[in-house]
Design a protein around this ligand. Structure first.
Ligand code: BG6
Length: 470
């Protein structure tokens, strides 16, 4: 507590969520079906014809009805920012509708009212793994250029309606993940094994153009708004000191950094053009696309859960258990119960890498530990003694402080799943991230009651002391 805090007074502290993982009410208020409603098992599970009862996301944690109670709990911890996404299918139920759904818009008005009441800054993700299902079925998602127009219509509605009250916007959650999970990330219905690199990179291009277009629209409609891109940050380490492993790292890193490069610099970098050329990929890039790409972002945001190793040796390069991105396990690190390797130092490294490369303010919009929690009673109140979560977050925040001391401009930090929610990759509720326990189990049972975990009080102290006691 005696050490001075490296965090600036303007630093935004809070938590992050996504509509499809918390809201529930999948068929209420005129909402259409989203791709998540047909993914009951998460990324690696089956794709169902329509919503099926075992899908935990259909009810989520019922944030749709309990948002006021939840936001009050965030305020109790002292949040100055709350990240959530707008469910595209609440606003345009089929994605290609002519007019927006007023009931859906009114819901987010109410959420924003509640945040305003508590002085919490909203941080809005425009598209977070929840493309309207009809866009996937009718157009093959982002593989189709037509998606740019539908996204534009959606974005215009959002900036007209909320542009004056939301300062921070993210265009696409983890935009680089479309290379790895094309259906969840890009609504691309073609099975991954059948999808050509040509189609996949054309989809990437459409998303990059749409993202830049959102920035352009923001400039017109909400000049005070700040627009950021959002990428998965996963620092790569060479598995051995062999130069070919270092080169493998550079190439794998390029596949990720390309997304930030285009968003920040407004054009494709040379290494990306080489990759396209050498793989026989000829992108359809119009002059208008090129002009749109020059509308670059104000900041770069990212999720950070782990680092990963790379090697050029095919024997050693067996698939790891990465979060969406594969990779090779690092023999020096411990892992979470879900096999995600824990590396707080990697966060400092990636903050420095991004800052050195782009010189744009950075926003850590996801970081946290998915773990099984045990609900116990202490002084007659249900709670969780989640010291493991406190340790994880503490160690990562120490590294954020180090990066700030290194001179990196960090706008803020939102922990992932500040309230327990349904996991994206495995669609489980038992993979908990929250400061707030939600009484709901993997079989769907539970009262949905909220309980403060030990980490709730810990985070409140961190925020109150501006990170001085970490
Ligand atoms: C990120 C996503 O990939 O990681 C979130 O943006 C997701 O939607 C988070 O929930 C944690 O992953 P998981 O699979 O543990 O939910």
């Amino acid at each position: 507590p005696n050490t001075p805090s490296p965090f600036p007074a303007s630093f935004l502290w809070g938590g992050a969520t996504a509509a499809n993982q918390i809201e529930g009410a999948h068929d209420k208020g005129g909402k259409g079906v989203s791709i998540q409603d047909v993914l009951p098992g998460g990324i690696f599970g089956p794709r169902t014809e329509g919503p099926t009862p075992e899908n935990l996301k259909l009810e989520g944690i019922d944030f749709y009805h309990r948002y006021a109670e939840d936001i009050a709990l965030f305020a109790e911890m002292g949040f100055s920012v709350f990240r959530f996404s707008i469910a595209w299918s609440r606003i345009f139920p089929n994605g290609d509708d002519e007019l927006p759904n007023e009931e859906g818009l009114a819901f987010y008005d109410r959420v924003l009212d509640e945040l305003e009441k508590h002085g919490i800054e909203p941080l809005v993700t425009i598209s977070h793994y929840e493309t309207p299902l009809a866009l996937a079925r009718k157009y093959n998602g982002w593989a189709s250029r037509e998606l740019i127009g539908f996204y534009e219509r959606y974005v215009r509605v959002l900036f007209d309606r909320y542009g004056h009250r939301v300062k921070y916007w993210l265009t696409f959650n983890e935009i680089n993940s479309v290379l790895h999970v094309p259906f969840m990330s890009g609504g691309i219905a073609t099975p991954k094994e059948e999808l050509s690199q040509q189609e996949l990179f054309q989809a990437v291009h459409h998303e990059l153009v749409a993202s830049a277009l959102a920035t352009k629209i923001a400039r017109e409609k909400a000049p005070d708004a700040k627009v950021g891109c959002m990428v998965i940050a996963m620092p790569l380490y060479p598995l051995t000191p062999h130069p070919s492993d270092a080169l493998a790292v550079m190439k794998a890193d390029h596949a990720n950094l390309m997304f930030g490069d285009v968003h920040v610099r407004g054009a494709y970098p040379g290494y990306a053009l080489r990759h396209l050329r050498e793989n026989g990929i000829e992108l359809d890039i119009t002059d208008e696309d090129r002009e749109l790409l020059t509308h670059t972002v104000d900041f770069v945001s990212f999720s950070y859960y782990m680092s990963i190793c790379e090697t050029a040796d095919p024997e050693l390069r067996k698939a790891g258990e990465g979060n969406i991105l594969g990779g090779v396990q690092n023999p020096t690190l411990e892992a979470s119960e879900w096999g995600w390797q824990i590396d707080p130092t990697g966060l400092r490294i990636v903050l420095n890498q991004f800052w050195d490369r782009w010189q744009k303010p950075l926003f850590i919009v996801e970081n946290g530990l998915g773990a099984r929690d045990e609900l116990i009673e202490v002084d007659g109140r249900p709670t969780v003694e989640d010291d493991y979560r406190i340790a994880y977050l503490n160690d990562h925040l120490v590294q954020v402080g180090e990066a700030i001391a290194d001179g990196v401009d960090v706008l803020g930090y939102t922990t992932w799943g500040c309230i327990d929610l349904v996991s994206a990759s495995t669609a489980q509720l038992s993979k908990r991230y929250g400061f707030i326990y939600v009484d709901r189990d993997d079989d769907g049972s539970g009262t949905l009651a909220r309980h403060r975990k030990k980490s709730f009080g810990w985070y409140a102290d961190v925020i109150r002391s501006q990170g001085a006691g970490l």
